[in-house]
Design a binder for this molecule. Structure first.
Ligand code: NZQ
Ligand code: ZN
Length: 389
C-alpha cells in the first residue's frame, strides 16, 4: 500500500425527511445568505425545493434561487452563479439535486472567491479556497455529495473537464433515499452504472497488496448487483434505494481508493461522449467500460480473473485465466444491459465518423498531454480502437 493522507470532513444526515433539516445545517456551518442551486425542475415538481426553502425560512436564513443546471452542467450558468454570489455577497451555497447541480454549485463556490476565470481550476490550477457548500441529494450516482470533485463542460469547445480540491468537499450532505424514488428507471440505472464505474476504476490498480480496499470495493459492487435490480423493479423500494445511496457515496469519497493507483480511463473516454452527444454519463460508461476492460485485460489477467470470481461468481480456470477474466467482463456487460443500459455506440447515439475527433480530444484536447489511463497508458490510436470496440 502506498502512503496517503485522507481527510473527508463532510457531515452526513441520512434518512427519511432529513431535507427538512437543511436550514439547521446551514446555520451550523455559518451560512447566513445562501444561493440555492438546482437543475432543470425535478426538485420543483416534486415539492422538494419548497420543503428546503421552508427549512431555511424557519431558521431566518436569506436565500436567492438559481435553477437550470443541465445534466452535464455547462460553464455559462457557472459564470452567472459567480456573478450573483459576488454581487449579493452570498456566504453559503446549497445544491439541491444530482451530480450536475452539485458540480455546478462547486464551480460557483470556487469562482465566487477567485478574481480570475473559474475555468483555470479545470485546467490544472489547485482549488484552495471556495465558499462553503451543502447538498441535498436526489440521485445516487456521481458521488459528488462526498467528493472534492466537480466536472463541468465548457461551452467554448464543449470540453468536459474535472477539478478536485479539499475546499470543494461539501460541509454537509443530506441523503434521503426516498427522494430518489421519483427517478425514471433509466436514470436509476445510469446512476448504478456510474457507481460501479467508480468502484472498477479504483479496482484496476497497479499497486500490490491492497487487500482492504479490494475487499471494500468487492463488497460495494456486490451490493450494487443485488440492490440495483430491486430498485429498478420497484422504484419505491426504500431499503434498496438506501443501500444504493450509501454505496454511491462510499464508492466515490475515495475511502476505497486510498493507498493505491487508480485508473479513470473509462471516465476520460466517456466524458468526451457526454460532452459531444449530451448522453447521460452512466449510459456512456455502460458502453465504454467493458470495451476498456477488454482492451486492457492482458495487462493483468489475474486482477480481472479475481473480480470475476469474487464478484461475479465465475469459476476460476487456472490453466486459462483469460477465460475467467473475459467471463467477468461479459457478466458486467450483461448486467448493465439487464438494467436497461445501451450496449453499443449506436444505441448511445454516437457516430463512428466522430471517433478520430473523440480520441483526439480525449488525449490532446484542452490541457491533456497525449496519453491517458492510470492502469495502462493509452495513446490516441489505442483510444480510437476502444471506441471501435
Ligand atoms: O435537472 P433535473 O430536472 O433535476 O433532472 C435530473 C436530470 O435530468 C434528473 N433527476 C435527478 N434527481 C431526480 C431526477 N428526476 C426525478 N427525480 C429525482 N429525484 O436526473 C437527470 C440526471 O441528473 P444529474 O444530476 O445530471 O445526474 P448525475 O448525478 O448522474 O450527475 C451527472 C454529472 O456528474 C458528473 C458527470 O460527468 C455528469 O456531468 N460526475 C461528477 C463526479 C463528481 N463530481 O465527483 C464524478 C462522476 O464520475 C461524474 O463524472
Ligand atoms: Zn462517474
Amino acid at each position: 500500500m502506498e502512503n496517503f493522507t485522507f481527510y473527508a470532513p463532510t457531515y452526513f444526515a441520512f434518512g427519511k425527511d432529513t431535507e427538512n433539516e437543511a436550514g439547521k445545517y446551514i446555520k451550523k456551518f455559518g451560512g447566513t445568505k445562501v444561493l440555492i442551486h438546482f437543475g432543470g425542475g425535478s426538485v420543483v415538481a416534486s415539492g422538494l425545493l419548497d420543503r428546503v426553502k421552508a427549512s431555511l425560512d424557519k431558521e431566518n436564513i436569506a436565500y436567492i434561487e438559481l435553477g437550470g443546471a443541465k445534466p452535464n452542467p455547462r460553464s455559462g450558468l457557472v459564470y452567472k452563479g459567480i456573478e450573483i454570489c459576488k454581487k449579493e455577497t452570498i456566504d453559503f451555497i446549497l445544491a439541491v439535486g444530482g451530480g450536475s447541480a452539485i458540480d455546478s454549485a462547486k464551480a460557483i463556490a470556487a469562482g465566487a472567491v477567485y478574481e480570475g476565470d473559474f475555468w483555470d481550476y479545470y485546467q490544472g490550477k489547485e482549488v484552495k479556497e471556495a465558499l462553503p457548500l451543502g447538498t441535498v441529494l436526489t440521485i445516487s450516482a456521481a458521488g459528488s455529495e462526498g467528493s472534492g470533485d466537480s466536472v463541468i463542460t465548457h461551452e467554448n469547445g464543449m470540453y468536459k473537464r474535472a477539478t478536485s480540491g479539499e475546499a470543494l468537499r461539501p460541509k454537509f450532505s443530506i441523503l434521503n433515499p426516498a427522494l430518489t424514488q421519483t427517478l425514471p428507471s433509466y436514470q436509476t440505472a445510469c446512476g448504478i452504472t456510474d457507481i460501479m464505474a467508480h468502484l472498477y476504476e479504483r479496482y484496476l490498480t497497479n499497486t500490490q497488496d491492497v487487500e482492504v480496499t479490494d475487499r471494500m470495493i468487492e463488497a460495494l459492487l456486490l451490493t450494487m448487483i443485488t440492490e440495483g435490480p430491486k430498485a429498478i423493479a420497484d422504484p419505491n423500494n426504500y431499503e434498496a434505494r438506501a443501500n444504493i445511496m450509501w454505496a454511491g457515496m462510499m464508492a466515490h469519497n475515495n475511502s476505497c481508493g486510498v493507498g493505491r493507483s487508480q485508473d479513470w480511463t473509462s471516465h476520460a473516454i466517456e466524458h468526451e461522449l457526454s460532452a459531444l452527444y449530451d448522453c447521460a454519463h452512466g449510459a456512456g460508461l455502460a458502453v465504454v467500460m467493458p470495451a476498456v476492460m477488454t482492451y486492457n485485460m492482458h495487462h493483468n489477467i489475474m486482477r480481472f480473473a479475481q473480480v470475476a470470481c469474487r464478484v461475479w461468481g465465475c469459476q476460476m480456470d487456472f490453466n486459462h485465466p483469460e477465460i475467467t477474466a473475459k467471463a467477468g467482463i461479459e457478466a458486467l456487460r450483461q448486467f448493465l444491459i439487464s438494467i436497461g443500459m445501451p450496449k453499443n455506440f449506436e444505441e448511445l447515439g454516437a457516430r463512428e465518423e466522430d471517433i478520430e475527433k473523440l480520441a483526439y480530444i480525449a488525449c490532446y484536447g484542452d490541457v491533456n498531454n497525449g496519453t491517458l489511463g492510470g492502469f495502462v497508458t493509452l495513446k490516441q490510436e489505442d483510444v480510437e480502437k476502444i471506441y471501435r470496440l
